[in-house]
Design a protein around this ligand. Structure first.
Ligand SMILES: Cc1cc2nc3c(=O)[nH]c(=O)nc-3n(C[C@H](O)[C@H](O)[C@H](O)COP(=O)(O)OP(=O)(O)OC[C@H]3O[C@@H](n4cnc5c(N)ncnc54)[C@H](O)[C@@H]3O)c2cc1C
Length: 408
């Protein structure tokens, strides 16, 4: 027994919810069971279990070293990347890296896996066989996706000689590679830098609060709505939704879910100990927001979104030249990307009010109130006054201090 294998230890931090153990089990004796916070964990029926050990072999938490790439002096390579077509760029979470990779990889006989919302805003993995249909995968869904039968489907397509592009969180990509147990030339794995995933239950509690607030159903909800307040300044830390015929856009202070998400208030327990949150990547290409890009490219126009790419493998390198056809690509040091994105150095910190948040919810407190009790903020009018009276330089220094404090 390995102490940190979830099915033996039952320690929540040891399970990232990737579902690989469920999908690999030859007797279907493992099922995902949701706890009251909405996080699902595998449960094994010991009567049906034949002790084949497959579940243990595919667990990304205990087998990461099996899929780490061998050290290569050429890799990783770092790039700044912006999608050429502005309509696509504006619909993308960041700089449109995902669309660029799709175009560069998918010529013919291909399948693309990504995460979409269904009609109830449940996030799930699915696939398309026509790249014109990737619109539903665009924009981040800030909650854990259900991988469904994705790993099994990927394997079938690969064996059928289709080119497969799989995108997901780092733990999902790791799980897929372990599930497949061998490398396929026709598979390209793309992960996104991930700070953590809340449960669908938490997201539903939030949607319920929105619905009650407006007394109307919420339509067309999306994360990462880009807004352009000042020239040269872009911000995509916003949500957008429609009630009746009105579109509402809120930023990460006004919106209660974003406020909790960005302060790491309600992620899956394993996210706070994520072993994929570092520079040793397990996918062919890693996509991220290129925070701090202007420091390295001061004269470039990056205000409609800019992605950072880490090319981590030979397969990733092979599609680099095609990427140039669809994106403005400029090479940069991988450290420029890693230094500016804390998720590429260490897992996120757990908010000190994590337990308090869930106990407020258990006691029936509404989602918005639970978030506000855990993360108090000044009322909007006071924030505007403070914004006007404190000089910009002092605000910037305070922000730096706060960022330093947040990282601790
Ligand atoms: C849960 C989560 C946490 C994130 N945390 C960070 C972070 O800490 N730092 C950072 O730089 N960027 C973070 N991102 C954003 C990520 O960097 C961008 O989505 C990525 O750079 C792609 O940008 P794009 O413009 O190519 O996106 P788009 O063209 O909009 O494509 C979005 C891509 O994200 C995938 N996706 C969407 N939701 C999910 C999900 N729930 N699970 C798995 N895959 C999903 C889609 O399948 C698609 O491949 C996070 C995204 C998610 C979903």
């Amino acid at each position: 027994m390995k102490n940190n294998f979830f099915l033996d230890s039952l320690i929540e931090e040891n399970c990232c919810g990737c579902q690989a153990c469920v999908l690999v089990c030859p007797t279907n004796c493992i099922k995902m069971i949701e706890n009251k916070r909405g996080f699902s964990y595998p449960e094994r029926d010991m009567i049906k279990c034949i002790d084949c050990g497959k579940c243990e072999r595919v667990c990304p938490i205990i087998n990461k070293e099996k899929i780490d790439y061998l050290p290569d002096s050429e890799l990783p390579k770092g790039y700044k990347a912006i999608y050429n077509d502005e309509t696509v760029l504006l619909k993308s979470a960041s700089g449109g890296a995902f669309s660029g990779i799709v175009e560069a990889f998918c010529d013919e006989n291909y399948v693309i896996f990504g995460v979409q919302f269904d009609k109830d805003f449940y996030a799930l993995h699915s696939y398309v066989e026509d790249k014109k249909e990737i619109g539903k995968y665009k924009k981040s869904k800030y909650l854990q996706s259900d991988v469904n039968k994705a790993y099994q489907e990927v394997e079938e397509f690969l064996k059928d000689n289709k080119k497969v592009l799989f995108s997901g969180t780092p733990c999902q990509v790791a799980a897929l590679r372990l599930y497949l147990s061998k490398d396929y030339d026709n598979l390209l794995c793309v992960d996104l830098v991930c700070r953590g995933v809340p449960s669908y239950k938490t997201f539903k509690d939030y949607l319920l609060y929105l619905q009650k607030k407006h007394n109307e159903p919420i339509k067309d909800f999306s994360f990462r709505e880009k807004i352009f307040k000042n020239p040269g300044f872009w911000n995509s830390r916003n949500i957008s939704y429609r009630v009746k015929d009105k579109t509402i856009i809120l930023d990460n202070i006004e919106d209660k879910y974003l406020k909790g998400f960005h302060k790491s208030l309600f992620y899956r327990p394993s996210c706070y100990e994520c072993q994929f949150a570092n520079e040793k990547r397990i996918s062919d290409i890693t996509m991220a927001d290129f925070w701090g890009c202007s420091k390295y490219f001061p004269n470039d126009n990056v205000h409609k979104g800019v992605s950072a790419l880490l090319i981590n493998s030979k397969k990733g390198l092979n599609i680099l030249e095609h990427l140039n056809e669809y994106m403005q690509m400029e090479q940069t040091s991988p450290f420029a990307i890693i230094d500016n994105n804390s998720q590429l150095r260490n897992p996120t910190y757990k908010h000190p009010k994590y337990e308090a948040f869930f106990s407020y919810i258990d006691r029936g407190l509404a989602f918005d109130k639970a978030v506000d009790r855990c993360i108090p903020t000044l009322p909007i009018f006071l924030r505007k006054v403070v914004n006007r009276i404190i000089p910009l330089k002092i605000k910037q220094n305070l922000l730096k201090l706060k960022k330093g404090f947040d990282k601790k």
